[in-house]
Write a protein that binds this ligand. Structure first.
Ligand SMILES: Cc1cc2nc3c(=O)[nH]c(=O)nc-3n(C[C@H](O)[C@H](O)[C@H](O)COP(=O)(O)O)c2cc1C
Length: 383
């Protein structure tokens, strides 16, 4: 009964979710029953266990491009993927297809927008929905100078009413969820009360979820990289925010490096988002489907993933994408495995050479374990 109710509640809001994930979500309830504390609040229980955001790969400029996302999707069917930030200016005046195109296998996929003009944000949200994205996310977390000059990113934490106006304008024109990715605060505007006021404003405007990078940002004096490392993480603030906004789906981000850590949040929050941990160790995704979604299918195999990636590489190369633009995302595929160093070195040293093609990928690949017969056969065919 409870499961049927959850499925209905979910279907009403997010038909795309129900189509792709109902089975596994039900499995998850069976395999990972929520804690009594989480179940004691019925609304929390429903929202936490029907969440679209249970496990997300973070938006990362230059790192979460379509090639990286396609590769990650081959490892996990359930991870929710986020695009790199795309500015409203780039979409309204630039090459839309270049910024928005993706492979259908990437779903569920969110588009992250950078901007602060409500009308432009609405126009771009609409464009994203029409292009097929499953969610539109607003970047209120990036502290770079370029982004500050454009009056968007983390500096918008000082303008909750403007962010709320963007959310409201976007919600008025799209059906997919509109979400906000934010920090705990900026500069000296870093009290919990200010974070709560910001959250209240975006929640009242209709935001469907809040993703919180659980550290503040310094707008002057720290580089974007330092701003991802120096300010201390305060996950307890996100949990407190959840207690203050029990019906607003909340996703925690920042410094999470493995699934045990992720799981530790999942009976109290709707989701976890990981950025660098996935990019630098993509095989972290291999257990996500089974461990966090109860998917009973066999765990993926590195060679199998590569065999599935190769036709994609060939197709994109035929469309003019340099091989190196794609192989840079897969250098850590064999991390910790025999042959990992050779794989990395062979690719990095040769992919720039004229004529480098798919045979280089085959050449770099560590020998498959004997039982991986599909690969052995494929390898024999293609080498
Ligand atoms: C190379 C790089 C680029 C990033 N670009 C974006 C971005 O475009 N939009 C955004 O909201 N956050 C961006 N971030 C921040 C991440 O989304 C994430 O919030 C941050 O890395 C903390 O999570 P982690 O500790 O799991 O990596 C970027 C991070 C990195 C490392």
């Amino acid at each position: 009964m409870a499961i049927a109710y959850q499925a209905l509640a979910c279907q009403a809001n997010y038909p795309e979710f129900i189509l792709s994930q109902r089975y596994f979500f039900n499995m998850d309830i069976c395999n990972n029953p929520p804690s009594p504390a989480a179940m004691s609040n019925k609304k929390n229980f429903l929202s936490i266990n029907t969440s679209l955001w249970r496990f997300c790969a973070a938006p990362m400029l230059d790192w979460s491009d379509r090639h990286a996302r396609f590769f990650q999707r081959l490892i996990s069917r359930h991870v929710r993927l986020y695009s790199e930030m795309v500015t409203t200016g780039a979409l309204l005046h630039g090459d839309r297809a270049r910024h928005l195109d993706f492979h259908p296998a990437e779903h569920p996929l969110a588009l992250q927008l950078g901007g602060s003009d409500p009308a432009q944000m609405a126009a771009c949200a609409r464009m994203g929905e029409d292009w097929g994205y499953d969610e539109i996310n607003i970047n209120v977390g990036c502290p770079s100078d370029r982004v500050q000059n454009g009056r968007f990113g983390a500096c918008l934490m000082a303008e909750p009413d403007l962010v709320a106006a963007c959310v409201a304008a976007m919600k008025a024109v799209v059906r997919v969820p509109v979400t906000v990715k934010t920090r705990l605060g900026i500069d000296n505007r870093d009290s919990y009360e200010e974070l709560r006021a910001f959250t209240a404003a975006v929640a009242a405007a209709g935001a469907d979820a809040l993703i919180v990078h659980a550290r503040k940002a310094w707008l002057k004096g720290l580089s974007p990289k330092e701003n991802r490392e120096v300010p201390p993480l305060r996950p307890e603030w996100v949990l407190r925010l959840k207690a203050d906004f029990p019906t607003l789906p909340m996703v925690i981000n920042g410094g999470i490096l493995d699934l045990d850590q992720a799981r530790g949040f999942l009976d109290r929050l709707e989701g976890v988002m990981i950025g660098r941990g996935i990019y630098q160790n993509p095989w972290l995704l291999a257990r996500v489907d089974r461990d966090l979604f109860g998917d009973p299918r066999p765990l993926p195999d590195r060679h199998q993933v590569l065999a599935e990636l190769i036709p994609y590489l060939e197709a994109r190369m035929a469309a003019g994408v340099p091989l190196q633009a794609m192989t840079r995302h897969i250098l850590d595929l064999f991390q910790g495995q025999p042959g990992a160093k050779r794989w990395r070195r062979t690719l990095s040293e040769n992919v720039h050479r004229p004529g480098a093609g798919i045979d280089l990928v085959w050449r770099a690949m560590p020998p498959p374990p004997a039982e991986t017969s599909v690969i052995t056969n494929l390898g024999a065919l293609d080498r």
